[in-house]
Design a binder for this molecule. Structure first.
Ligand code: CO
Ligand code: ZN
Length: 334
């Protein structure tokens, strides 16, 4: 699991630019699925045939990033956020474009009152160009960049950029390799453009029309000093989504997911996220409504270039998916 997590987190892939990450996932899963294709938006939809009900698992491939919208005469690039980029942790970060061009996020410090945080509009990307012409030879208006940060291991804890949601991708890739006896017809979907509005989720769920759709994504934790007020902690098991800003999970879905965890002794925590949503929200209101749930990986520092997860939660999320794949959903009334 560690190798696939490290490999997938380090790949470039802001929303709308998921080609590289999709290719990497495709080559990982190819030998383990019966068929796969890419839809018009760029979602990767794979199937492992089985009897019974259609169950879809999904993780989003995209990460937050920035898009260049202006170059000044001196070659400094202005940008807009792609997804929820937090200004407090943006200045001073390193960013990389699809072709490997690297830049630093600089800031108009002179205009910023001491002790206050600059907005993104006071920042720029410096790729070291001498002037506008040189800058635009390397980076075009409309090019996107992702944040740069390596993968670190501190015992059970892992730290990396883009755990949101490459850790979900890694968990699904790991699980689909381990499913031995599928008792459901399985779809594994790697979605695009979650960070800008759950967009790939809508088209993929519409096409697959599953009997049950389960997103795998990160969630916040309440275990840092004066952090969020929530009971989720790292290392206490993956989260069973109860509610977030995009979905209220039904009793039927929660009961099925709970029993699949309990029968294999997999720990989990009830998760309520008061801000933000996941692909599960879009699945649930697709077509005439799709039974939807979410397995949440507790993560500190979400949407920073150094997100942190506990590897036991990651491993348990994979086991949970395998258990659901090997539990007949028709018996639960789906
Ligand atoms: Co996110
Ligand atoms: Zn996410």
């Amino acid at each position: 699991m560690r190798e696939i997590a490290e490999k997938l987190t380090q790949i470039y892939g802001p929303s709308g630019s998921e080609n590289k990450i999709r290719k990497a996932i495709e080559s990982e899963i190819k030998p383990f699925v019966d068929e796969f294709h890419t839809d018009n938006l760029g979602n990767l939809i794979a199937r492992k045939k089985g009897p019974g009900k259609k169950i879809m698992f999904a993780a989003h491939m995209d990460e937050i990033g920035v898009i260049v919208n202006y170059a000044d005469e001196k070659g400094f690039l202005r940008f807009a956020p792609v997804g929820g980029v937090n200004p407090i942790i943006t200045a001073g970060q390193r960013v990389v474009f699809e072709d490997g061009t690297t830049g630093v996020v600089g800031c108009e410090f002179r205009d910023i009152a001491p002790g206050s945080f600059p907005p993104l509009s006071k920042m720029f990307i410096d790729i070291g160009a001498k002037d506008k012409n040189e800058a635009l030879l390397k980076v075009k208006i409309g090019d996107k960049a992702g944040f740069v940060q390596g993968f670190s291991v501190n015992g059970q804890r892992w730290i990396s950029k883009a755990f949101d949601d490459r850790i979900g991708c890694a968990v699904i890739v790991d699980a689909l390799k381990k499913v031995k006896k599928p008792l459901n017809d399985l779809y594994f979907v790697f979605t695009v453009q979650e960070e800008v509005g759950l967009r790939g989720a809508r088209t993929s769920a519409y096409a697959v029309e599953p009997d049950l759709a389960i997103a795998v994504d990160v969630t916040g934790t309440g275990d840092t000093p004066k952090g969020f007020t929530m009971s989720v902690e790292m290392g206490k098991g993956p989260g069973l989504k109860i509610m977030d800003a995009s979905i209220i999970v039904t009793e039927k879905v929660k009961n099925f997911m709970r029993s699949a965890a309990e029968k294999r002794g997999i720990p989990f925590q009830n998760e309520i996220l008061v801000f933000g949503g996941t692909d599960a929200g879009a699945f649930s209101v697709t077509k005439s409504g799709i039974h939807s749930g979410c397995i949440s990986i507790p993560s500190r520092y979400i949407h920073s270039p150094s997100e942190m997860v506990d590897s036991s939660d990651v491993e348990n999320a994979s086991k949970w998916i395998v258990s659901i794949c090997e539990t007949d959903a028709s018996q639960a009334g789906f």
